[in-house]
Ligand binder design. Structure first.
Ligand SMILES: *Cc1c(COP(=O)(O)O)cnc(C)c1O
Length: 369
């Protein structure tokens, strides 16, 4: 039997990619904002319905360069239920993360806790859209406006997701995307920052290219966060097929739902009202007492059959080796509880019905009889 990994990268046909990169052999322009880069920025702007899309070399750099573009200093409120990147970006930028707990249904920032965490040092909120669930955008904006804070969304999970008919790229002062090979849309490695205001795009253009303004002027302390042409070409190919890939994911997602719904001790994640999902992940929350087996037992059993699953996100960031002396996960009990129960199951465009059924059956075989 073939292994089933937790994800499998979407790829265009080999010929389509070869055709896309052919011109690079004539131009010999391989990176530094070439033709593919230029066109991909335009196409993404059209697809996402936003004006200021700025490509970078990975999702992590989208967060760091956005923080630098806003020249943020001080405390940034975020959540511990996220990928390492979100918090590392804050710390590596010289800012202080302040952890807010999450909401138990959507796993996104619990807006009822934000205001009590705001101090005179707070400069921004960095909420994370999780799995395809969207944060409470209206409430976050209202709080940010009241306190004069920037909002930078970590939107790495929500490429193609719409909230009230608009892409998540359109909300906040900036929305940061990852185009890593494992994401719904990818450029092998890559990412983008979408700014509300054009002036920040200008700054980001400088930052991502060492701060070089022109031949004689280096005007800020930038770095190298440029997307290369081969990545941009992969993005152009993948973008042509994005709708069919999301539809194929939905098919697998729906089948999991029908197989696993109403099982005592398993909590599934449903698409929120007002949200068009991208079906990026299929997380289940396992209640050991009610189900009969815990999250880790399910993971091990699946592994025996060559099926990958991921404790995503575990541990919560405030329990990481590198942070645990500075923070306490007691402060965010919901995030801690969910990270101990969550398991994401395999989900990708070509996962078959038979595979989804087999995975579901293996899980159900562990249930209390
Ligand atoms: C993938 C991801 C990132 C980092 O993106 P890379 O492209 O891997 O650098 C950041 N935040 C979240 C929530 C992610 O899922």
């Amino acid at each position: 039997m073939n292994r089933i990994n937790v994800t499998r990268s979407s790829m265009p046909d080999f010929e389509e990619y070869c055709e896309e990169i052919r011109s690079l052999w004539d131009s010999r322009w391989l990176t530094n904002m070439g033709e593919k880069h230029r066109i991909l920025q335009i196409r993404l702007g059209e697809y996402l319905g936003v004006d200021n899309v700025n490509l970078v070399n990975n999702g992590h750099m989208s967060l760091e360069t956005a923080i630098q573009a806003f020249d943020l200093k001080g405390e940034i409120i975020t959540t511990p239920f996220t990928f390492a990147s979100t918090v590392h970006a804050i710390v590596r930028s010289g800012c202080e993360p302040v952890f807010c707990d999450i909401e138990p249904e959507t796993y996104t920032i619990d807006v009822s806790h934000i205001e009590k965490l705001i101090t005179e040092k707070t400069c921004a909120i960095m909420p994370v859209h999780i799995y395809g669930n969207v944060c409470d955008i209206d409430k976050i904006q209202e709080i940010a406006d009241r306190h004069g804070l920037k909002v930078i969304y970590d939107a790495a999970h929500t490429f193609g997701v719409k909230y009230r008919g608009r892409s998540t790229a359109a909300y906040g002062d900036a929305a940061c995307f990852s185009f890593h090979a494992t994401k719904v849309f990818h450029t092998i490695e890559g990412g983008a920052v979408c700014f509300k205001d054009k002036e920040y795009s200008k700054r980001l253009e400088l930052i991502r290219n060492f701060g070089i303004q022109d031949e004689d002027t280096v005007s800020c302390i930038g770095l190298n966060a440029k997307m290369n042409e081969f990545s941009a070409a992969m993005g152009l190919c993948n973008l042509r097929h994005i709708e069919e890939k999301i539809a194929a994911r939905k098919k697998a997602y729906d089948r999991y739902i029908s197989n696993l719904k109403d099982v005592e001790g398993l909590k599934l994640n449903y698409v929120m009202a007002d949200v068009e999902s991208n079906y990026a992940y299929f997380p289940i929350l396992v209640d050991k007492e009610l189900f009969g087996a815990g999250r880790d037992e399910i993971k091990e059993k699946l592994a025996e059959y060559g099926i990958g699953s991921r404790k995503y996100f575990y541990p919560p960031v405030n329990e990481y080796e590198c942070y645990k002396d500075r923070f306490d996960s007691d402060d965010t009990p919901v995030a801690r509880d969910i990270s101990r129960k969550v398991l994401t199951l395999p989900l990708y465009a070509n996962l078959t019905d038979t595979e989804v059924d087999m995975i579901s059956e293996i899980i159900m075989s562990l249930r209390i009889k």
